[in-house]
Design a protein around this ligand. Structure first.
Ligand SMILES: NC(=O)c1ccc[n+]([C@@H]2O[C@H](COP(=O)([O-])OP(=O)(O)OC[C@H]3O[C@@H](n4cnc5c(N)ncnc54)[C@H](OP(=O)(O)O)[C@@H]3O)[C@@H](O)[C@H]2O)c1
Length: 305
């Protein structure tokens, strides 16, 4: 049924096997319906997760930044609000709308929305780096801080961050994105320490390559913000643009968005959600290598990717 709904919604083949999800969820799950706010539901992981959680019976408030996406979400039966993480006013208004809809309740916040600005570190202007942080870091932080008091008041809550394998290790030409996700990891780890004992749980999802519009959106930002002709890196940029333009999976071990949704479902429903959820083989591999290798040897491996 879920597979049918997702295909109908036009997001392609999502190898969604609910029997495996039931097995994965196993025991120790809380099965009451949760009220969940998700950012970045226009497409990709946000959309797939919103569908998955809604079809599990949870109350999902889906947010997106464009009106046309809000309309589409509403047409598909979601409660939806407009929320642009780069705009503080938009965040404040969205939170008010959510709390009006839910009578002041929010059990789970899934901080999903983000983008990746490609480009060599030395080609990133201060403004471009600032834009990367406005959405991926500052906006996410502001939204989270508006909902923590709600969770404290109700005596429980879950905050789930969609980070990345690039929040664990760095790759060339992803400096802006790496920095924003490393920052998010630091903030989430600190928050987890500070909220210990409050019944508010913090989880980080660490996806590796996932099929979505992420690369397409990155390519547009690359073309818009990086001065290729003036750059010492222009030859590499040609290869990078080819990778970003490639249809389908650009690298091995790419998984569908449903692989992330499955982990989010666990973070929402498990009695004790995990601090970190790895998704895809590259995350397990680099997570492991980071623990055992010196920085020099890890750099050696990462330069080969
Ligand atoms: N795809 C991967 O390989 C991968 C791997 C690791 C981690 N992730 C993480 O997964 C999350 C979702 O990415 P995705 O793969 O689903 O990519 P996606 O298809 O590009 O979706 C990104 C979502 O974020 C939204 N967004 C971007 N800027 C925003 C802003 N300022 N305010 C509100 N929403 C904004 C987009 O909205 P618009 O449609 O309006 O642009 C879209 O809904 C991100 O946190 C990303 O870092 C992805």
């Amino acid at each position: 049924m879920l597979d049918f709904t997702l295909k109908q919604a036009g997001i392609g083949k999502l190898e969604y096997d609910h029997r495996r999800i039931r097995l994965y969820l196993g025991q120790n799950m809380q099965n009451s319906a949760q009220t969940i706010l998700i950012t970045g539901c226009s497409t990709g992981i946000g959309y797939c997760t919103a569908m998955t959680l809604k079809n599990r019976g949870h109350r999902v408030i889906a947010s997106a930044r464009k009106l046309e996406d809000i309309e589409k979400l509403i047409a598909q039966g979601f409660e939806a609000v407009q929320l642009d993480l780069a705009d503080s006013d938009s965040i404040q208004v969205a939170v008010k709308q959510v709390l009006q809809l839910t009578d002041g309740k929010c059990d789970v916040l899934f901080n999903n929305a983000a983008f990746g600005q490609p480009g060599a570190v030395e080609d990133l202007s201060r403004e471009v780096l600032r834009q990367q942080f406005e959405t991926n870091f500052f906006g996410t932080h502001e939204l989270t801080n508006l909902l923590i008091p709600v969770m404290r008041k109700q005596g429980h809550g879950r905050i789930i961050y969609n980070s990345s394998v690039l929040g664990l290790v760095a790759l060339t030409y992803r400096g802006a994105y790496n920095a924003s996700k490393f920052a998010l990891e630091g903030l989430a780890d600190t928050l987890r320490l500070e909220l210990h004992g409050t019944n508010i749980y913090i989880s980080l999802i660490e996806p590796g390559p996932i099929l979505s519009d992420f690369r397409k959106n990155s390519l547009a930002l690359f073309q818009q913000n990086i001065q290729v002709e003036d750059s010492l890196h222009r030859e590499t940029y040609t290869l990078m643009a080819e990778r970003l333009t490639k249809e389908g999976a650009a690298v091995p071990f790419t998984l569908p968005a449903s692989a992330v949704a499955k982990k989010v479902l666990h973070a929402v429903e498990a009695k004790k959600p995990r601090c970190r959820y790895y998704v895809t083989f590259p995350t397990y591999l680099f997570g492991f290598l980071k623990r055992i290798l010196s920085t020099t040897w890890l750099d050696y491996c990462l330069r080969k990717v």
